[in-house]
Design a protein around this ligand. Structure first.
Ligand code: ARG
Length: 460
């Protein structure tokens, strides 16, 4: 026996682990956050071992009670983690044996840390995905509520960040709702593949004990058991899939952030963010900075980085488990923390957005937002669209020279560009007429926004 007699592999080694290597290879500093899942997995494993007769009922009870006691100690903050014991799994197992004696050593029958950690991550990520889905939904509901209030608030819609056509603010907000709805379905879909039990795969080849994996799966709420032990202990594609879905959410939040930042700039002045989501400047007294959306825009970068990191982590690994896999946790945990935080702060921030309707309306009024409506009008009067486009182009040029919107021109001024124009043109040149005319599913008309809000409430 080496001097490292507390280590499970002490029997084979003559020399103690180098002190730096011990700290360098340890994961307990970060994987301890999976302690609840590790203990739940161990309790289910012990119960299964008792069911198949590998443990006696009494042994199982001692182990289960011991594990519950440890869980309580950890959640009370009375547990001392040791790097000497490398990870969350060995820390808990060693504490168990310390507390209940030699029977604790029987827990690790028919399993390995390889299938144990694969199980723990799935359990942990499953729980966290549910919390994330909750925050996502809260944000979606906030968007629906705001969209309902602004079904007929008009603002300019942009392409190339140039005024394009008038739209309703409710319609704009529901565009964000749709993106998040797809994000939600990606997370839900990932859960199906995540929720499969790898335990029982042991180190890589399975185990010689008469285990009942379906039973363990049932205790832990898994839908089924994995089919191949080598795959089970080595793959982390469910982590990559989650991080990929997280990256798309962060990309959406980042774009949304960008709009909030632009809209709250004095040059746009469409909205005001709640003061509790902004900070001031230490030197410029007038400043109210949109820190929260800026920070979220920034955080998208680190989540995309984690996705690349995880893909790269996996790409060179031969089957089955390799220690490389220990590097999956920090990027995953950081992705979870930042995604959950970003969604939470967004869900809190959106209901506090003050909408400056008048500024939005005035902005839509500038920039000839109803030019397409005039062209469409001419088409209804029998003018070919290409010709109509040219007519309106000339009218816009005149408007720029005279500093007049199309709706501010007189009928005779408009008729200089086409004699197909009649008095009824003014119905389509107003912003209200323009948005109301786009009255089909997916269009910006207030009536459509109200209907979309109703459907969204049912879908979320
Ligand atoms: N801490 C390890 C990890 O996170 C647990 C599995 C270790 N298994 C092993 N054979 N070294 O991956």
């Amino acid at each position: 026996m080496s001097q490292d007699s507390d280590k499970p592999w002490a029997g084979r080694f003559n020399e103690p682990t180098d002190a730096f290597v011990e700290a360098f290879t340890a994961s307990v500093g970060f994987d301890q956050r999976m302690y609840r899942q590790d203990i739940a997995g161990s309790i289910a494993h012990a119960s299964m071992l008792a069911k198949v007769g590998v443990l006696t009922k009494d042994e199982c009870k001692l182990i289960v009670d011991g594990l519950k006691h440890i869980e309580q100690k950890i959640s009370d903050g009375n547990f001392t983690w040791s790097t000497r014991l490398e990870d969350v799994h060995m820390n808990i197992e060693s504490a168990l044996t310390e507390n209940i004696g030699n029977v604790g050593k029987k827990l690790h029958t028919g399993r390995s840390r390889n299938d144990q950690v694969a199980t723990d991550i799935r359990l942990y990520l499953r729980d966290e995905t549910q919390l994330i889905l909750g925050e996502l939904k809260r944000l979606q509901v906030a968007l629906i509520d705001l969209a309902e209030q602004h079904a007929d608030t008009i603002l300019p819609g942009f392409t190339h960040l140039q005024t394009a056509q008038p739209i309703t603010f409710g319609h704009h907000l529901l565009a964000w709702f749709e993106m998040l709805q797809r994000d939600q379905s990606r997370l839900e879909d990932g859960l199906k593949r995540m929720n499969v039990l790898p335990l029982g795969s042991a180190a890589l080849a399975g185990t010689t004990y008469p285990i009942d994996r379906e039973y363990t799966a049932g205790l832990l709420g898994f839908d089924s058991v994995t089919e191949n032990s080598l795959d089970s202990v080595s793959d982390r594609d469910f982590v990559i899939e989650f991080t990929s879905a997280a990256s798309l959410i962060m990309m959406h939040l980042s774009r949304f952030s960008e709009e909030l930042i632009i809209w709250s700039a004095a040059q746009f002045d469409f909205i005001e963010l709640g003061e509790s989501f902004c900070t001031g400047s230490s030197i410029m007294p007038q400043k109210k900075n949109p820190d929260v959306p800026e920070l979220i825009r920034g955080k998208s970068g680190r989540v995309f980085g984690h996705l690349m990191g995880l893909l790269t982590l996996m790409k060179g690994q031969p089957l089955a488990y390799n220690k490389d896999n220990q590097e999956d946790k920090e990027p995953l945990f950081d992705t979870i923390d930042n995604l959950k935080g970003s969604l939470k702060v967004f869900a809190d921030m959106v209901p506090n957005i003050q909408v400056k309707k008048e500024n939005m309306y005035q902005a839509a009024f500038k920039g000839f937002a109803t030019a397409t409506d005039l062209a469409d009008y001419l088409v209804t009067k029998g003018v070919a669209f290409r010709d109509a486009h040219e007519v309106v182009g000339s009218a816009v040029r005149f408007g720029i020279e005279q500093d007049k919107d199309l709706s501010e021109m007189s009928l005779s001024e408009l008729q200089n560009f086409s004699d197909a124009i009649e008095q009824d043109v003014f119905e389509v040149l107003t912003l209200e007429g323009s948005v109301a005319a786009r009255n089909h599913i997916g269009g910006t008309a207030p009536a459509q926004v109200k209907a979309a809000v109703k459907r969204a409430r049912k879908r979320v």
